[in-house]
Design a protein around this ligand. Structure first.
Ligand code: AMP
Ligand code: MG
Length: 491
């Protein structure tokens, strides 16, 4: 039995980086779900974090032996405005565990009570957002998107006051790192260059150890974070995922999707779709995500300037050049991803126009994003099987015109049609965590204490790319009266 799974490498950085604080115990914790598969992957199953320890550990009532819990300090640009002091106001980093594969992972609990960073908040999380993060982050992982994972969720037996009283919950999540762009900004804002350099060294050591050999490891770090975000945001776009709060404190240094708040998968396609109730100007709209990615990375580059070159003008020049690479890298990832969605193995110059034309037609007919690509991946080389997809479109003739071009393009593909279909089915999910399904799971749990709806949805989302018998209801776009128009952070 491994009694001490914890390594406390972030704790070892010292008090400038966090507040040392334990989770505040809750009244009556009950385990909702424990992720056995993830626990096994992390090598935790024999440890004090296993399901046998159950609710007490995942509620924060029992701190596992060897852990040095802490609330991380960070700043952040929220909707473009700098907040010098954010930090874990309702979360605790328990520490790091090292997987059997030798990789280090952060174990982080959200909803664990007030910390020095809580400002006016209660430090707690309502059950709804906990279930939402559990469902969406695990679905993202199953779809192959870099993301924090969900290890466990509990109810606390205590109410939290939001617009009304709601049952409280805590989610335990796992990431390659919970260091954010905002963590770097925190030290830049304080003019603490020594701590900033140590933070960069820490990230290189644990996330990007191969960069230690680079001629300029800090510049290599900038490159790696840029590349990670370019790849990540392209994957979001490919799936119709809208993060909703891409503040710099919600952007991971490890290239993973973090901090699931008012996030949503788009139902009916619109380039500028927004769900978040607080995103009044569409800053974090679907099609603005790559721009915001670059904006955030520019804030990151500013933190590293003095480490890149002592001569500031030279550093700015170098950083600008690297940031420009984000645009071309993102475009490449996006094109590759969208080609795959259309079943194109080879690359032709005209593909971009073909993809954009489809998206424009989709927007014109207000069709469901996921359903369109799902049905597209079931089409044949001839139009014999087109009825279902045609039924989606208001303007069927524009889709027919487009599909003629698409089929002509497919004719230039070297792969056979079965390969083409297999490729499309591997990237066009059948099931996504649809807003209205998540909402139904939350309503049942919060209003009636019924977790069965959550569990059933979670089960289906374990295999997002595989058609599952008798699960048609989970594929369907919302009925007009089921559409969720706004999503909330629930903070
Ligand atoms: P988020 O919108 O979840 O990214 O949070 C932004 C900031 O607000 C972070 O510093 C959070 O820790 C803090 N925060 C959000 N909700 C609460 C809460 N209920 N209590 C204390 N701090 C909170
Ligand atoms: Mg956050």
């Amino acid at each position: 039995m491994k009694a001490h799974p914890f390594k406390n490498s972030y704790y070892d950085l010292g008090r400038d980086y966090y507040q040392s604080i334990k989770p505040i115990p809750v009244q009556n914790p009950e385990l909702i779900i424990f992720n056995q598969v993830l626990s096994d992957e992390l090598g935790l199953s024999e440890s004090a974090l296993s399901s046998t320890a159950g609710a007490a550990v995942f509620a924060g009532n029992h701190v596992p032996e060897g852990a040095e819990p802490l609330a991380m300090a960070y700043s952040g640009h929220q909707f473009g405005h700098f907040s010098p002091l954010l930090g874990d106001g309702r979360a605790i980093l328990l520490g790091q565990v090292v997987s059997p594969g030798g990789r280090s992972f952060d174990i982080h609990m959200k909803g664990t009570g007030q910390t020095a960073f809580s400002r006016n908040g209660d430090g707690r999380a309502a059950l709804g957002p906990v279930l939402r993060e559990y469902l969406v982050s695990e679905a993202m992982a199953r779809m192959g998107v870099p993301t924090t994972r969900a290890l466990a969720a509990v109810t606390t037996g205590e109410d939290v006051a939001r617009e009304r009283l709601l049952p409280g919950g805590i989610i335990t999540r796992v990431a390659a790192s919970f260091v954010r762009i905002g963590t770097f900004e925190y030290f830049l804002a304080r003019g603490d260059r020594t701590s900033l350099a140590r933070l960069a060294d820490y990230v290189i050591e644990y996330q990007y150890p191969h960069l230690k050999q680079a001629e300029n490891p800090y510049l290599a770090l900038l490159d790696a974070v840029i590349e990670g975000q370019a790849a990540l945001i392209a994957q979001w776009m490919q799936l119709g995922f809208i993060h909703g709060v891409m503040n710099t404190d919600n952007m991971s240094i490890a290239g993973e999707t973090i901090d699931y708040g008012p996030c949503a998968f788009m139902d009916h396609y619109a380039h500028d779709r927004v769900y978040s109730s607080i995103d009044h100007h569409g800053r974090y709209a679907y099609n603005n995500q790559p721009n915001i990615g670059l904006w955030n990375l520019s804030r990151f580059a500013e933190c590293l300037l003095h480490l890149i070159d002592e001569d500031e003008a030279a550093a700015v020049e170098i950083a600008r050049d690297r940031l420009e690479k984000f645009i071309s890298s993102y475009q490449e990832h996006w094109l590759a991803a969208m080609r795959a969605k259309l079943g194109l193995n080879s690359a032709l110059d005209e593909d971009k126009a073909l993809i954009e034309e489809l998206l424009a037609i989709m927007a014109g007919s207000n069709v469901d994003f996921t359903m369109t690509f799902y049905l597209l991946s079931r089409l044949d080389r001839d139009a014999s099987n087109d009825a279902a997809i045609l039924a989606l479109f208001d303007h069927t003739e524009s889709f027919t015109q487009w599909s003629d071009k698409w089929r002509n393009r497919l004719a230039q593909e070297p792969s056979d049609d079965d390969e083409r279909k297999a490729m499309m089915r591997g990237v066009n999910p059948v099931y996504i965590p649809r807003n209205h399904l998540i909402e139904a799971a939350i309503r049942a749990a919060e209003d009636h204490g019924d977790l069965s709806v959550f569990h059933a949805l979670h089960e289906v989302l374990q295999q997002p790319y595989d058609f599952q018998p008798n699960k048609e209801a989970y594929m369907q776009p919302p009925q007009p009266d089921e559409i969720v128009h706004k999503t909330f952070c629930g903070t």
